[in-house]
Design a protein around this ligand. Structure first.
Ligand code: GTR
Length: 458
């Protein structure tokens, strides 16, 4: 053990020497490395030395052309784009996320709790158990009160359990494995009451309800517990006889889960399943893009700070790379994906094509200015490239001529913003997502008097 600590310590010192940071920066680096060691004991922290955070160090790269078919023929019409779509999806499955299986026949739903006067009387709350052939998932729904017709909704998975997104004591504590965080009330990987409301800042429920939308969420660990051994308790067990299914990763499982919740929403009278926006932050933003790319029933998708193998271009080699992500989270992807570490130029696809697979449905990519790990510029450039397909559909898009400054947004059916601040999902993001949904999903407040949207709506 002492030998192990000595090794870690010398690695830390080595990195400190190499990073050449000032005292404050050095303390931060030590903290980050310590956390890294705790979370990824099997991954050498030396991998972090590969991180490029300098724009001028980004190597030259060439993106796979968006308007070129997988067979190399140019795409000149919507029809040609659509007929190439399946093959493009198949490449993302084969090389990155794995093959997502279809839905299972036997899924039972049961309302296990409901409240008619939730959120100070503004909302109705429902908690619904989905029993997917014995695999249980709890879906939490808040929808506006006093609205009789089905409402549009945001559907996204959460990181720490449904009980963390709301302060309401009726919200069931997740019984699934949760990442250890004793300081936030997670003891021995189990949530306790002290963990309630821990992530409310990411879910401004009253704002969402006041704007006429439902919020639908479930704990991502109910579909695939997010750790190296998570496969055992994941939904993969439902498909053990399906050879292809063995090859899909956790991002595939979370995306699959979002589609299963959408199946359920088709039965729920309170939500309009034809106006459901897939939303996700960070790794769950990767999942929301992948879910909506595959499942055309999602009316739109939002990726918030999804970064590497989400909205950011893999070829840019900035922040988190394929090498780093596949070393830290091999279970997220198909086993083959790690072979592209440092060889991103050989990937047959890049992430601008994933965003473009949403077209012509509205898509929103959001970055944060201090989130260099997720490569905000790479997210912007991917969005800008994907806009080409929206223009092929004849849609008026923003010009994306320059990356917006922190705090600015580029609106349109393919939209982007750069929030000032760190990796997170905050009110600023939600306000923009709600305007976007109003405008492009519901069209109830499109092109009002907002300057930033002027000229963007058709
Ligand atoms: C990081 C990971 C990112 C991103 C993030 C998150 O550790 O490297 O790709 O997904 O986690 O999900 O918060």
């Amino acid at each position: 053990m002492y030998l192990q600590s000595a090794k870690s310590l010398s690695t830390l010192l080595l990195i400190l020497l190499l990073c050449g940071c000032d005292a404050g920066g050095a303390v931060d680096t030590v903290k980050q490395l310590w956390q890294f060691r705790q979370e990824f004991p099997d991954v050498s922290p030396l991998i972090l030395l590969d991180i490029n955070q300098q724009e001028e160090q980004v190597p030259a790269y060439e993106l796979p052309p968006l308007l070129g078919s997988v067979t190399g023929k140019p795409i000149k019409s919507v029809q040609q784009w659509q007929s190439n779509r399946e093959e493009l999806l198949a490449q993302f499955s084969e090389h990155i996320y794995g093959q997502t299986p279809g839905k299972l026949l036997s899924v039972q739903s049961r309302v296990v709790e409901s409240g008619r006067l939730a959120l100070n009387g503004k909302a109705q709350r429902q908690q619904v158990e989905l029993d997917i052939q014995g695999h249980k998932v709890i879906v939490l729904i808040y929808r506006p009160n006093n609205v009789s017709e089905p409402v549009p909704a945001f559907l996204g998975l959460n990181f720490r359990g449904n009980h963390t997104i709301s302060d309401e004591h009726s919200v069931l504590l997740t019984e699934s494995w949760v990442r250890k965080e004793e300081e936030h009330g997670v003891l021995s990987n189990r949530a306790t009451d002290a963990n309630r409301g821990y992530r409310v800042r990411r879910y401004p429920l009253e704002m969402i309800i006041d704007r006429g939308y439902a919020l639908v969420t479930a704990y991502y660990g109910d579909f695939y517990p997010d750790h190296g051994g998570g496969l055992v308790n994941s939904v993969h067990g439902l498909f053990r006889n399906d050879n292809n299914a063995a090859e899909w990763g956790a991002i595939g499982a979370w995306s699959w889960g979002m589609s299963r919740i959408l199946d359920y929403l088709e039965e729920n009278q309170g939500v309009d399943a034809s106006r459901v926006v897939a939303i996700g932050h960070s790794r769950l933003g990767k999942a929301s893009l992948w879910a909506a790319a595959q499942d055309l029933r999602f009316a739109a998708a939002i990726s918030n700070n999804s970064g590497a193998v989400g909205a950011a271009l893999s070829r840019r080699q900035f922040g988190e790379t394929v090498k780093i992500i596949t070393a830290m989270f091999p279970h997220w992807f198909t086993a083959e994906f790690k072979n592209y570490a440092g060889q991103e130029g050989n990937l047959p696809v890049d992430q601008h094509q994933l965003i473009a697979l949403l077209a012509p449905r509205p898509v929103y990519v959001a970055s944060a200015s201090e989130d260099s790990w997720a490569d905000p510029r790479g997210e912007f450039l991917a969005t800008r490239a994907a806009a080409e397909v929206y223009r092929l559909y004849g849609m008026a898009t923003s010009e994306f001529s320059a990356m917006p400054a922190a705090g600015e947004a580029l609106a349109g059916p393919i939209a982007y913003h750069l929030r000032a601040g760190k990796h997170d999902l905050l009110d600023f993001d939600w306000r923009h997502f709600l305007d976007f949904a109003d405008c492009y999903v519901v069209a109830k407040a499109c092109c009002t008097d907002s300057n930033e949207r002027r000229g963007q709506c058709t």
